[in-house]
Design a protein around this ligand. Structure first.
Ligand SMILES: Cc1cc2nc3c(=O)[nH]c(=O)nc-3n(C[C@H](O)[C@H](O)[C@H](O)COP(=O)(O)O)c2cc1C
Length: 316
């Protein structure tokens, strides 16, 4: 069905760790199945596969948004069949009132922006809206308080230090930041941001010193930092966490916010322990998200995407 193919194509825009796009779709009649592509799991950064599942969750939510905007009611079954890598099945149940299209319109516009955001703060009402959206997807959101930002900064700085000293990590980073263009994946230097002093340090995607994007004139003064978390690290909860991440990022994009994601603080044990402290041990942290406003600077060039023919299979 064309609507399902269109939805799978829309899902190609979803964010993923190191832009690995570790998913594939199989479409049969009125059903589309989402599979994890374990060959794309990052061996060093993501030993547990949690970042892969979060990434697949963002793709699943993108597909749901595209189908809702096209006027389809769907049911979603999240089922784990590790032998096949099956994560979820989306089934078209019938027609529905077309949903508002602002989220679907945000899909191709959303991108990670790692430049420093400006002074304008993110309004409390906006943060409340985002928290409710995340909770509707079965995850939770903690807005990092001003007195907690230093602890978050220590967490990301110490994660960066640990990964800098890890040769296997550096080799994996080098692999995913210097991919040949035909692969349609990875984080190319044109989209990487030059390093600079930050309130909360970000991952350095520029191991070869070729980053094209200046950090900008702002200093992240108004940036909101959010911890996305769930009750457990069970696969279904983490997949739902990815769906919640997509819901948050698309709403934020539709509302004119810029965003990027921080996962290094979760990848290394001690920094993860610090982030767990920020949420008072209430659950398992999945990611940190930064949101803010940028002056009118043009967006960075889009990161590449895989050839849909390698990702989407249609069974006639
Ligand atoms: C699970 C997950 C983890 C990520 N971790 C980071 C990170 O630590 N630092 C960062 O700058 N971006 C991170 N990203 C963003 C990806 O690098 C980005 O989505 C990908 O390169 C595609 O680019 P785009 O978001 O501009 O489409 C993460 C995204 C996901 C879904």
């Amino acid at each position: 069905m064309t609507a399902l193919e269109d939805a799978a194509r829309a899902a190609q825009h979803a964010p993923s760790v190191f832009n690995t796009q570790p998913w594939s779709w199989r479409i049969t009649g009125d059903t589309m199945e989402l599979f994890a592509d374990s060959a794309r799991q990052l061996d060093v950064v993501d030993k547990s596969g949690k970042l892969l599942l979060l990434s697949c969750g963002t793709a699943l939510h993108h597909a749901r948004v595209a189908l809702a905007a096209a006027g389809y009611a769907v049911s979603v079954t999240r089922e784990f069949d590790p032998s096949r890598g099956l994560l979820a099945t989306v089934h078209i149940e019938g027609a529905a009132e077309p949903a508002q299209t602002d989220l679907a319109d945000a899909i191709p516009r959303r991108h990670s922006d790692r430049r420093a955001f400006g002074e304008r703060p993110v309004a409390d009402e906006e943060l409340t809206t985002l928290r409710r959206l995340v909770e509707a997807e079965g995850a939770y959101l903690h807005v990092v308080r001003p007195d907690q930002v230093v602890e978050l900064a220590i967490s990301t700085e110490s994660a960066a230090g640990a990964e800098r000293d890890d040769d296997a990590f550096q080799a994996e980073l080098a692999r995913w930041t210097s991919r040949p263009s035909f692969t349609g994946d990875g984080v190319p230097p044109e989209t990487a941001v030059q390093q600079g002093v930050r309130r909360v340090p970000l991952r350095d995607f520029d191991p070869f010193g070729n980053a094209a994007q200046p950090i900008g004139d702002a200093h992240d003064q108004g940036t909101a930092y959010l911890v996305l978390f769930g009750e457990t690290d069970e696969p279904e909860a983490v997949l739902r966490g990815g769906e919640a991440l997509s819901a948050l990022l698309l709403r934020a994009t539709a509302d004119g916010l810029s965003s990027s994601v921080i996962s290094d603080a979760i990848e290394v044990e001690w920094p993860r322990h610090l982030v767990r402290g920020l949420i008072a041990g209430l659950g398992e942290p999945y990611l940190v998200i930064r949101l803010g406003y940028l002056p009118d600077a043009p967006p960075p060039p889009p990161t590449p995407r895989r050839d849909p023919r390698d990702v989407i299979t249609v069974i006639e």
